[in-house]
Design a protein around this ligand. Structure first.
Ligand code: NI
Ligand code: MN
Length: 226
C-alpha cells in the first residue's frame, strides 16, 4: 500500500480496497501550496480532532468526493449540520470493520474544539489494520502511557507520530513513544508548518538514529510504499 504526504498531519493512505485521507489541512498551509486540493480523490476522510489545522479542507473534500467521514460523534455531528451525508461516528476505544479493514479510534492527550467554538468531543488517533499491516496514526498528542498498552495489544508496523513539539510531543518524547508502541518505523508529522513547530531535520534524524529507530520525514507531495 502507498502513503502520500500532503503536509502537516495530512496523509493519503491507498490500500488495496480504499483511499483513506487523514486530517486535511492543505489550502491554508503555505508549505503545501504545490498541492491541488481539488484533485485529491478518497473514499474515507478520518479526522483525529476538531482543530482547524486538521479539518480545514474536510468539508469541501467530503462534498466533492462523497467520501465517508469517520471521526468522533461530535465532529461527525458538526459536519452533518453542514450537509455532509456519508458519516460514521465513533468514540475512544471503539473499533469498526470497514470495507478496507479495521479502524479503532484511540486515546490522544490533547484538546478538541471546532473552529466556530462548538465542542469537538475528545481528541483521538487511529489504529488501522489494513492490507495485513497495522498502522498507528497518533493525531495530536503528548507522550502518554496508553501508548504502552497499544504496543502490547497490537503488532504495529508503522507509527505516524507528531514530532514538532510545543502543541504535541517533541522528537525526544516521540522516540519514547516509539519504545512504548514497540514500533521503530516512525513517520513524522506536525512539524515545520508554523513557527512554533519548526524542527532541525538533521538533528531530529540523528536523534532517532542514535536510538536505532527509522524516522521518515516525507517531502510534501511525496509517496512512499508501506
Ligand atoms: Ni490540535
Ligand atoms: Mn494540530
Amino acid at each position: 500500500m502507498n502513503i502520500t504526504y500532503f503536509g502537516h498531519a495530512c496523509f493519503l493512505l491507498e490500500t488495496s480496497k480504499a483511499k483513506i485521507l487523514f486530517d486535511p489541512f492543505i489550502a491554508p498551509n503555505e508549505l503545501a501550496k504545490g498541492i491541488d486540493v481539488d484533485s485529491i480523490e478518497c473514499d474515507y476522510v478520518l479526522l483525529s480532532h476538531g482543530h482547524e489545522d486538521h479539518i480545514a479542507d474536510a468539508e469541501s473534500i467530503l462534498k466533492r468526493t462523497n467520501a465517508t467521514l469517520v471521526s468522533n460523534f461530535e465532529i461527525v455531528s458538526w459536519h452533518e449540520s453542514k450537509g455532509i451525508k456519508h458519516t460514521h461516528p465513533m468514540n475512544i476505544g471503539g473499533a469498526w470493520k470497514f470495507n478496507f479493514g479495521w479502524a479503532k479510534y484511540v486515546y490522544a492527550s490533547h484538546s478538541s474544539v471546532m473552529p466556530d467554538g462548538t465542542y469537538g468531543g475528545n481528541p483521538g488517533g487511529w489504529m488501522l489494520e489494513v492490507d495485513n499491516q497495522v498502522i498507528y496514526y497518533a493525531g495530536d498528542t503528548g507522550l502518554n502511557t496508553e501508548m504502552r498498552l497499544l504496543g502490547e495489544r497490537y503488532a504495529i508496523d508503522w507509527a505516524i507520530l507528531p514530532i514538532g513539539d510545543n502543541f504535541t510531543m517533541g522528537p525526544v518524547d516521540a522516540t519514547k513513544a516509539s519504545d512504548f508502541l514497540n514500533c521503530s518505523n516512525v513517520i513524522g508529522m506536525h512539524f515545520d508548518t508554523f513557527g512554533y513547530i519548526q524542527i532541525d531535520h538533521k538533528e531530529v534524524k540523528d536523534l532517532f538514529a542514535k536510538t536505532r529507530k527509522n524516522l521518515t520525514l516525507m517531502e510534501i507531495g511525496a509517496t512512499k510504499e508501506l
